[in-house]
Design a binder for this molecule. Structure first.
Ligand code: ATP
Length: 287
């Protein structure tokens, strides 16, 4: 499988630099993690060719994003807000997208529509109107349209925003299921979404990549720096807020998770998670 190579991509809105020399090697299931306004959507739209590539290069094997007819069929895109077409039925919406994607052969179209409906587990609901579906089901219709034409690269922007916990878990499982033999790019500001689904992660803030690598490589940045301690409420107040990652209530005591270069008295060192690495990078970036 080719690597999606992004080199020195820059984007400005008027005088504001929104993407500042972004370079990434995107492969496998790839998570783009960053707070609101980091530039994730802008980068995804440029990859999806919805915004022009003004500076820098993007390539996938021998295909280049500069004027290549082969780019569009490579890509399936689920935007952050996929909620239009409310009065249309699931099948009609997908049929519409199949036509837009140029799947003109009727037999091929029918077999592709059936296959994507099965794939996202919505075959039973194919004659339901969109407005009667749950948020999670609508998101799955969005994935179904992105899969039409069997694209090699699927881009999913903030896939679980607004979904309840059950729907989020189901959606993550679906992303894992469709990831065989394709590159999937998932953007999110929710670390858990990427923790369980992604092989590679990039952390982004203010238009800049802070860290990129396999999940293991990214975790190494905080290896040895994460501590846990069981405290009462009085001791909890003594811990500097800048050190705290999370606090969990345990009866009348608290389990505090902390970041520290030095060992912390009576605390035990624990294995880092993606959230630890993300908070560490964000703290550093805000100094
Ligand atoms: N059309 C536009 N005109 C001017 N500024 C824009 C435009 N679109 C986005 N921006 C700005 O670019 C920056 C990056 O926005 P972008 O939507 O790419 O971030 P994001 O990481 O996807 O965040 P979110 O999850 O909030 O969408 C923000 O500061 C945003 O205000």
């Amino acid at each position: 499988m080719s690597v999606l190579e992004i080199r020195n991509v820059k984007k400005r809105y008027k005088n504001k630099v929104v993407l500042n020399n972004i370079s990434l090697n995107i492969k496998g299931t790839y998570g783009l993690l960053g707070p609101n306004g980091a530039g994730k959507t802008t980068l995804m739209k440029i990859i999806a060719t919805l915004l022009p590539l003004e500076e820098g290069t993007i390539t996938f094997g021998d295909i280049s994003w500069e004027n290549d007819q082969r780019v569009k069929p490579l890509i399936g895109y689920l935007p952050q807000y996929f909620s239009a077409y409310k009065t249309m039925k699931v099948y009609e919406v997908l049929h519409h997208f199949a036509i837009l994607k140029g799947i003109t052969n009727k037999e091929r179209r029918i077999s592709e529509l059936d296959a994507v409906l099965e794939n996202v587990n919505l075959y039973e609901q194919r004659n339901e109107k969109i407005k009667y579906l749950s948020g999670g089901m609508i998101r799955r219709v969005g994935i179904a349209q992105a899969l039409l034409g069997n694209p090699k690269i699927v881009i999913v922007d903030e896939p679980t925003a607004g979904l309840d916990i059950q729907e989020r878990v189901r959606f993550r499982n679906l992303l894992r299921k469709i990831s065989a033999n394709r590159t999937i790019i998932i953007s999110s500001h929710i670390v858990e979404d990427l923790e369980t689904t992604c092989d590679y992660v990039a952390m982004m803030n203010k238009g800049t990549i802070l860290l990129e690598g396999s999940r293991q490589e990214v975790l190494q940045i905080v290896d040895g720096l994460v501590w846990e301690k069981d405290v009462n409420s009085r001791d909890l107040e003594q811990i500097p807020e800048s050190q705290i990652i999370s606090v969990k209530e345990a009866g009348d005591r608290y389990i505090v998770r902390m970041l520290s270069q030095e060992s912390i008295k009576e605390a035990k060192r624990v294995h880092p998670t993606l959230e630890d690495a993300y908070l560490y990078m964000m703290k550093g970036d805000n100094h």
